[in-house]
Design a protein around this ligand. Sequence first.
Ligand code: AMP
Length: 425
Amino acid sequence: MIPAVRGTRDILPGETERWAFVEGTARRLFEQYGYFEIRTPIIEREELFAKGTGETTDIVQKEMYSFIDKGGERITLRPEATPSLVRAFVEHALEQSMAVPKLYTLGPMFRYERPQKGRYRQFHQLDVEVFGVKDPSVDGEVIDLAWALVRALGIEHVELAINSVGCPECRPAFTRALVEALGRDVEKLCGDCRRRAETNPLRIFDCKVPADQPIIDRLPHTVDYLCDACRVHFDAVRADLDVYGIPYHVSHRLVRGLDYYTRTTFEVLAGHLGAQNAVLGGGRYDGLVRQLGGPDRVGIGFAAGIERLVLALPAELPVAPPVPDAFVAALGDQARREALALLRDLRRAGLNAQFDYEGRTLKSQMKRADRLGAPLVLILGEDELARGQVTVKRMATSTQEPVPRHEAVALVARERAARRAAATR
Ligand code: AMP
C-alpha cells in the first residue's frame, strides 16, 4: 500500500457531512453579509507570496511548497489565500465591476509545517476579504461575521482576541522601543527570535519557545505606541464590538505571523482544541494591494481553518449521512428488469433509491438494505410481476403489504415527507 503523504489526510464519509455543514453554514452567512464567491488557482508564482506574505515570515522562509515547472517558472502551492485574492482583485480590476469588493473563497492551502493534531501540511480555509473601505466600521463588521460564524456552527468556549499593530507611521517608533527594551536579552532568545530581532522584531511576539516567554512578556505593547489616527481607528473598532455585543480582550501579543497587517488584528480561539487552538485569524492590510502592484486600496479579511472548525464542532449535529428512501430487491431476471425501471422512476422523482447489483438471495438483499439504513424495501418477484404490484416491507416493524406498481413511487415520497416532518418536530 502507498500511504497518504505525511501531513495530509483523507476526509472520509461520516466526516464529510460535518465538513459540508461547516462549508454550507459559512457560505450562507458570507452571502448574507454581502460577499461573493471567488475561486483562484492553487498554484501561483512564488514571488506573489514572497512579496505578499512577506520575505521574513516563517511561511515564506520555511513552509512553502515551491518548485520549478517544466517551463522554468518558480511556482508555489498557495500557503494562504489573501495574496491570491489581492492579485485577482488587481488583475481583473474588480472594484470597477463590483459595488463593494467583498470576496470569499474556500479551499486547500499548503504549508510545510510539523504535523500534529489540528495542524496539517494540506489544510483548508474559509477566507473573506473586503477591499477599499478605510472606515473602521468594516473592521467591526468583519469581526462580527467571524463571530457569527463560530456561533452559527455551535462552537463553544470561544474567545475573541484583538489588537492593533499600528501602521507604517507609528510602527518604526514601536520597533525601536522594542529593540531597546530587549537590549542584551536578545542573546538569551531562541535562534528564530534572534533572527527576527534583525529582520522583523515585531515577529518576536509569535514565539512559542517556553524559555523566551518571560522576556517577551516584559516587552512594550503596540497599543501604547499608536499614532493618533491608529488610536482613533482602534477605539472605533472597540466601540463597534460593544454595539454588536461581542465580548473580546485586547491581546498585546497578537501581531499575527504575516508581514502585511496594519492596525486591526484579531483571532478567535477555541478553548478545548489544545495547542492548535486558533480557529480563525485576520486583520487589516492597508498597504498590501499597492505592494502587489495594484492601486492604493486598503483591505481587511480573515481566514478560518476548516479542520479546526470541524474539530471544534459540537458532537451532536443536525447533519446525517445520506440514507436511502427505499431499497429495491428483485428476484429473478424478469423482476430485475422491472426493478431497474422502478429504480429509475424513484430516482427521477428525486428519491434516494438503492439496489443489489449482484442479484443475490432475498435474505442477503435484505441484509444490505438494513446496512444501508433503508426504511422501506420494495420487493419484486414473479408473483408481484404477474399482479402488477410490489411488496413493500417496512424495516422498522418488519411488516409488509402489496402495493400497485404505479403507486409505489408516490408511497415512498409520502413516507419520506413524513420522516422529514417528524425529524424537524
Ligand atoms: P493563518 O493563515 O496562519 O492566519 O491561519 C488562519 C487559520 O487557518 C488558523 O486560525 C487555523 O485555523 C488555520 N490554519 C493555519 N495553518 C494551519 C495548518 N497548518 N493546519 C491546519 N489549520 C491551519
